[in-house]
Design a protein around this ligand. Sequence first.
Ligand code: G3D
Ligand code: MG
Length: 174
Amino acid sequence: MSDLIYVFKLIVIGPGAVGKTSIINRFVKDEFVLKYKLTIGTDFISKTIEYKPNKKAKLQIWDIGGQERFKFLRRSFYDGANGAFLVFDLSRGHTYKETKTWLSEMNQIMEKKIPFILVGNKSDLIEEIGELIDRNEVEMFVKEEKSIYIETSAKTGDNVEQAFIELTQRMIKK
Ligand code: G3D
Ligand code: MG
């Protein structure tokens, strides 16, 4: 008998090279590959997550991949999404500003607002490069959007699974 109840479409969006594909690979395969050829395109990859003890949900995780460059291709990508990771790169501050454009585009395309989590990825680089974003401003931004902010490293795996669990719980509450 299966106690699997939920199936969610989860999309991972944000500027290029922030680590979207790496986060998915870390979560799904628990690995970090130094060189990816090209991102998966329009396909998704499935993984069942235990978001609470004995509670499972199936996630269909969609990597926006090359479509990040082609706005006209994105509509079908967003179609039916239940939740999103909006990812930026902690080592490139301008990618944080760009997430605001991504968010307004998503809200424009989606009929209803869906839960999202703002992800600052590459936290392993912070020590080396210093702080490039104003965390107070980030916290104010996500609070206004009724969202939360999580810092991850696809390289070390830090917080990656937690981010998926948190988003799954938010999609369930929705
Ligand atoms: P994208 O799918 O958002 O375009 P990728 O991003 O997953 O392809 O990652 C872009 C680059 O960032 C890759 O390096 C990848 O190895 C690196 N990267 C991804 N996540 C992390 C992380 O958490 N920490 C660090 N240090 N690097 C990360 P290359 O060299 O292949 O461009
Ligand atoms: Mg990619």
